[in-house]
Design a protein around this ligand. Sequence first.
Ligand SMILES: [Fe+2]
Length: 210
Amino acid sequence: MRWSGMMSHVKALRQREGRVLTKARCTPYQGLTCRKEEVTMAKGFTISRVGHIGIQVTNVDRSLKWYRDILGLTLTGRWPMGENGEMAFMRFTDDHHNVVLFTHPTRITDENRNLGYNALQHIALEVADRDEWLKALADLRRKGVEIVQGPLIHGPEGGSGPGNAFGGSGSRSFYFLDPDGNRLEIYTDMMKVPEGEQFPRAEYAEVFKK
Ligand SMILES: [Fe+2]
């Protein structure tokens, strides 16, 4: 093939790939994605990432020790709050805080603390890669922490276990509880959803068809 012929062949290939990509981006798998009107709204500003979380706990002292000794967080500072309460700023980066513990404002006791006072479904902590994720799993098990769900892979590549919903993120994950029963997740490898694209794509659905 002459040079110019080869170039036009490459161009045609690229165009064809482009068409396939464009089509895939516009065709999320039927019934397994959000409705179009739910997906985006006008952006007045851009959020970078979830920066920190505040957790209401039964006993700040006990939770502070747990987040320090089990998850390796560092205490930035601890201050009184109101009549009987207190707050503790904790971090795992060089930010002032990533997790803040607050005395629960209602009369929570050890007996009633699992009766639905926690509004959060779970709090997810990301680690760098699979190696770090396995390290976390091994470390928590060594410390006697019960893994209440997982380890698992979210998405169809996770096999037939829990968390294998087709729309899953592909992340490796496991779940455990803090002293108040707050559900925590450690995960890695979450897939990206580039701007303008919805998930799941129709072509993935074809691959995983039985
Ligand atoms: Fe999660």
